[in-house]
Design a protein around this ligand. Structure first.
Ligand code: DX5
Ligand code: ZN
Length: 228
């Protein structure tokens, strides 16, 4: 199943309530980027903001932690209303321990991989993952250009998931728009983060809907079969 997850990083933070309500009928997920100024050279939001917007929407909260020591903060984001916690494989000494903890807390869990990290790094954890987040830009800023050289990584990951008979979502994040939604879905991604291309569009809902249609018509698993 395809999910479009608009990244609020591209929204107007002074009016998040309206920004979110503008997309609510077009999407079922919301992507929340957490940056600490250490793992990435930028600072964004913390649990207090997640908790405030949790009161305004029932969208599924996909919380992307771009922080060092994710094990120290995962609980705060779960308490704030995260439905899924994505943390970076590069940032954790014990991914398996944190993944187990997130699951014990009844939330979904994902490992994220930055562009220079081989996707094979997440293979040992696939059996305990709900999703893998493949970065298609260097993490830290919205509005960057999609990196097409990440496409083979998506295909390699989808092949491994299918080979092992697992059901793991693949999310792509960074520079996703109408111009590459078909490509990423064809290579096996089924969750598409879209920041600028949704919140900076004249009609965010329309833009999200168009991205969804393109992805739905192109999504294939590694064997070229369109799953129902
Ligand atoms: C980048 C963030 C992304 C970003 C996506 O570090 O993880 O989620 O906000 O924004 P766009 O779609 O504008 O690249
Ligand atoms: Zn993100």
């Amino acid at each position: 199943m395809i999910h479009i997850s608009p990244s609020v990083l591209a929204a107007d933070f002074s009016d998040l309530k309206s920004e979110i309500s503008n997309v609510e009928n077009a999407v079922d997920w919301l992507h929340l980027d957490v940056m600490d100024g250490v793992f990435v050279p930028n600072i964004s939001i913390g649990p207090a903001v997640v908790s405030c917007i949790r009161k305004r929407t029932s969208l599924f909260f996909d919380v992307h932690l771009m922080i060092v020591h994710p094990e120290k903060y995962a609980d705060a984001f779960i308490d704030a209303g995260a439905d899924l916690i994505d943390f970076h494989v590069e940032a954790s000494d014990d991914p398996r321990g944190l993944l187990a903890h997130i699951r014990e807390r009844g939330r979904k869990c994902a490992l994220a991989v930055s562009p220079d990290t081989p996707v094979e790094c997440v293979f040992p954890y696939l059996d305990v993952l709900d999703m893998v987040l493949v970065m298609t830009v260097y993490p830290g800023f919205g509005g960057q250009k999609f990196m097409p050289r990440m496409l083979p990584k998506i295909a390699c990951l989808r092949r491994e998931i299918v080979r092992r008979g697992l059901s793991v979502d693949i999310e792509v994040d960074g520079g996703i728009s109408k111009s590459n939604a078909s490509d990423v879905a064809q290579y096996g991604a089924n969750v598409l983060v879209a920041g600028s291309s949704v919140f900076r569009a004249a009609s965010p809902a329309l833009s999200a809907g168009e991205i969804r249609i393109l992805a739905e018509s192109s999504y294939t698993n590694a064997e070229g079969i369109q799953p129902s």
